[in-house]
Write a protein that binds this ligand. Sequence first.
Ligand code: NAP
Length: 268
Amino acid sequence: MTTLILGGAGRSGSRIIDRLVTAGLPVRSASRRTGFDWDDRSTWEVSLRGASAAYVCFTPDLAFPGVPEKMKALGELAAKEGLERLVLLSGRGEEGARMSEEALRKGGVPTTVLRCSWFQQNFSEHFLTGPVRRGHLRLPAPDVPEAFVDLEDVADAAVVALTRTPPEDATYELSGPELLTFAQAAAILGNACGRPVTFEAVDVATFVDDLAADDVPTAEAEPLAYLFTDILDGRNASLADGVEQLLGRPPTSLASYARRTADSGVWS
Ligand SMILES: NC(=O)c1ccc[n+]([C@@H]2O[C@H](COP(=O)([O-])OP(=O)(O)OC[C@H]3O[C@@H](n4cnc5c(N)ncnc54)[C@H](OP(=O)(O)O)[C@@H]3O)[C@@H](O)[C@H]2O)c1
């Protein structure tokens, strides 16, 4: 009854592993450091073998060309290896990701899809950590609100989806509890840090240059620029009830995340 966490070394996967280990459930992590590589299908079978369920976190982005083919192959292999459920991390409002979701389901294994808003942890564990520390967010973000979701809520939701009986073939949209522009988010982060965090709208080229200066690898910069240029057009400017549905409680606010995170010292 082992649960396999594809992308287990990452931000969402490691949180899910912690929760399953704490619950005393058998779990196995897979990523390149354990020999599993999305770009080398010969590594997949041995990774899936013996698992009864899998959390699927694809890097860099489900919406990219060629990924539906990989998801189809993974779904079919999961069925062949006898997995009883899959939980897929996806993004809200991403048409390309819809194709990957459908392709994974083609293998016939019951699949719960978690379509998430922007992670709040982008400000503390990813490309926006440096800008928040410096007190200045420079982003190609229009004045469009986003419902930033806490990765702790996403991990809690994924654990429910991975463990409840019977497995569910369903799709949930997960967001935070409020819609905020990046300027409003910056003000909330500044409040938690006890010093101003300002927001400045810049073009994509400037943003990509800033990412390079912050040592964000090119492979990660491309999906990030895509998120800003393709997704932030208002399509996700609505609240979703997936956290409430799966956890029976409201999602965590950005202010609550920001206070907790400031206390951890990551922005000091
Ligand atoms: N950031 C957001 O706001 C947001 C919002 C909604 C959805 N998403 C989706 O969330 C996913 C990222 O989730 P995350 O932040 O939890 O993951 P992550 O921290 O970016 O990475 C997960 C792990 O994937 C592994 N990995 C990278 N390339 C790999 C490869 N070629 N083969 C196998 N493993 C590989 C890495 O470990 P190794 O180095 O050991 O391989 C990495 O630690 C993406 O699909 C993204 O679209 C993100």
